[in-house]
Design a protein around this ligand. Structure first.
Ligand code: GRF
Length: 207
């Protein structure tokens, strides 16, 4: 069997996607370990879940650094201390410097709560409601220098229903995120993902 892969997960808050990944990795016995969960906020709720599951946690607080570059350099050295094969952004609410994204090119994933390329950035659920579209969703993509862009691994769509508020819509999307993200990460760990011309190919053959 191939060597265990190391996954480092970055969060800023609730951490429900991180939790879904941890649970899937355990339940499905991935050939991977969650080596660490790192937050830029000391009060991120998800840190307690990670610690209670025996996962190393760390805080690198952006407020302690004078610039984005200084923060990203500090974060990078903490991440790299865990020798990650994959870095997973899970509600990590920071704009990343080009140097940081280049360092993790091809080995950093993000989940964004919209059907990209629609609605990059914040307030996606409000934007989806205002758009009049019949569907909304979430996207897992490789991280590149441009915010919420980068080759897309997988997407899920949900209906926008009459009477929806940003909260009801967000909850419907989040429930699907918790299935979408672990599956995409598992594909990465299993070596099924290749990127060519900015497009992701998923190898679905058994191996
Ligand atoms: C999710 O909707 C994710 O797509 C977005 O931020 C939210 C994070 O939620 N990037 P959680 O911290 O994983 O619960």
């Amino acid at each position: 069997m191939a060597a265990m892969k190391n996954i480092v997960i970055l969060i800023s808050g609730r951490g429900s996607n991180m939790e879904a990944v941890v649970r899937a990795a355990q339940a499905e016995q991935w050939p991977a370990r969650i080596a660490a969960v790192i937050s830029n906020k000391a009060d991120a709720k998800g840190l307690a879940f990670a610690a209670s599951h025996g996962i190393a946690t760390a805080v690198v607080a952006n407020k302690d650094y004078p610039s984005r570059e200084a923060f990203d350099a500090a974060l990078q050295s903490v991440i790299d201390g865990y020798a990650p094969d994959l870095v997973v952004l899970a509600g990590f609410m920071r704009i990343l410097t080009p140097g940081f994204t280049a360092h993790y090119a091809g080995r950093m994933l993000n989940i964004h709560p919209s059907l990209l390329p629609l609605f990059p950035g914040l307030h996606t659920h409000e934007q989806a409601l205002a758009s009049g579209l019949a569907q909304h969703g979430a996207t897992v993509h490789f991280v590149t220098a441009e915010l919420d862009h980068g080759p897309m691994v997988d997407q899920v769509a949900v209906p926008i229903l009459p009477g929806d508020t940003a909260d009801t819509l967000a909850a419907r999307v989040l429930e699907q995120e918790h299935k979408l993200y672990p599956r995409a990460i598992r594909w990465f760990i299993e070596g099924r993902l290749t990127v060519e011309d900015g497009k992701v190919h998923v190898d679905h053959t058994t191996h």
